[in-house]
Design a protein around this ligand. Structure first.
Ligand SMILES: Nc1ncnc2c1ncn2[C@@H]1O[C@H](COP(=O)(O)OP(=O)(O)OP(=O)(O)O)[C@@H](O)[C@H]1O
Ligand SMILES: [Mg+2]
Length: 260
C-alpha cells in the first residue's frame, strides 16, 4: 500500500524492524565528487529483501549498482539512510564491528572471484572460517561442494579451474559461513553463456536448499531472471519491479521499457 509519506521510488515496503527481513535499505543517498562538484549517484533508495528471498537489481552502466552493493555490504558508508542485516543496523556500527558482522552475515561474490590461486577448491571454501578462527564443519563443506557440482574438483588448485568452476567455488565460499544474505555483483560477467547458465542454476538451487537470501546485480536478463523479483535502477532511483516467471525475453522487454 502506498502511504502519503512513501517516496514514489520505494519499490517495496522497507520494514527495518521486521524479523522477516534478511536485509533492508532505507532512503540510501550517496554522492561522489565528479568534476569538482558532488554528483548524487544514489538518490534515496529503499529495498527490502525478505529472509530466503532471491532478488536482482538491473540498471545501465553507471546507474550506481556497484555503489549500492558496496553500501549494502558495509564496504562503503552512505551519506544518508540505513542498512540493516538480520535486524542489525550496519550504518550505526564502528569499523571493527561492521567488519565482523560482514564476515559472519554477508557473503559477497564479485565478477572477479578473488580466489587464492595456490589453494585448492576445498581450501578456498574453508578460508573465511579459518580467518574467523573457526573450522568449517566437514559435512557443510561436502554439502557445498555437492551443491556447486565440484565434489570431484575439491583438491584442484584454484589456478587450474575453468572460469565457471572458479565462480562456483567463489559462491560456495560465500555461502560457507551460513550468512544472512549473499550479495553478488555481475558474477557471470566473465563467463560464457553455458557457464553463466549453470552458475544461475546453482544460485537458484542454493537459494532453495539453504534458504539464504540473495541479491544479484546484473545487466544481463539471462542472469537476472534467475531471481524471483528484479528491481530496475535508473539515475540513482528504482523505477520499477519485474516479478517472475523466469523468462529472459519478457524481462529484457520490461527492462528496456522502464529504462529507456
Ligand atoms: N569512488 C568513486 N569516486 C567517484 N565517482 C565514483 C566512485 N565510485 C563510483 N563512482 C561513479 O558513480 C557512478 C556509478 O558507479 P557504479 O560503479 O556504482 O555504477 P554501475 O551501475 O555499477 O556501473 P557498471 O554496470 O558499469 O558496473 C559512476 O558515474 C562512477 O563513475
Ligand atoms: Mg558495477
Amino acid at each position: 500500500m502506498r502511504g502519503p509519506d512513501r517516496p514514489a521510488h520505494a519499490v517495496s515496503e522497507p520494514h527495518a524492524l521486521s524479523a522477516m527481513s534478511a536485509l533492508t535499505a532505507t532512503d540510501i543517498r550517496k554522492s561522489f565528487p565528479i568534476g569538482g562538484h558532488p554528483a548524487e549517484i544514489l538518490r534515496g533508495l529503499s529495498l527490502d529483501l525478505p529472509e530466503g528471498a532471491f532478488h536482482a537489481v538491473m540498471g545501465p552502466s553507471g546507474s550506481g549498482k556497484t555503489t549500492l552493493l558496496n553500501i549494502l555490504a558495509g564496504l562503503l558508508r552512505p551519506d544518508a539512510g540505513t542498512v540493516t542485516v538480520g535486524g542489525t543496523d550496519l550504518t550505526a556500527l564502528g569499523d571493527r564491528e561492521r567488519t565482523l558482522l560482514r564476515r559472519r552475515t554477508v557473503g559477497i561474490v564479485f565478477q572477479d572471484c578473488n580466489l587464492i590461486p595456490t589453494l585448492t577448491v576445498a581450501e578456498n571454501i574453508a578460508l573465511p572460517a579459518l580467518l574467523d578462527g573457526k573450522t568449517l564443519p566437514a559435512e557443510r563443506l561436502e554439502r557445498l561442494l555437492e551443491l556447486v557440482g565440484l565434489t570431484g574438483r575439491r583438491d584442484q588448485p584454484a589456478d587450474r579451474l575453468s572460469g565457471g568452476e572458479a565462480q562456483r567455488t567463489a559462491i560456495a565460499r560465500a555461502f560457507a559461513p551460513d550468512p544472512k544474505v549473499i550479495l553478488a555483483d555481475e558474477p557471470t560477467g566473465n563467463l560464457d553463456s553455458p557457464a553463466a547458465h549453470r552458475f544461475c542454476d546453482v544460485l537458484r538451487t542454493m537459494n532453495r536448499e539453504l534458504k539464504t537470501a540473495i541479491l544479484l546485480i546484473s545487466h544481463d536478463p539471462q542472469t537476472a531472471c534467475a531471481a524471483e523479483r528484479v528491481h530496475f535502477l535508473r539515475d540513482g532511483v528504482f523505477v520499477g519491479t519485474h516479478e517472475g516467471p523466469h523468462d529472459p525475453a519478457r524481462l529484457a522487454a520490461d527492462y528496456l521499457r522502464r529504462i529507456a
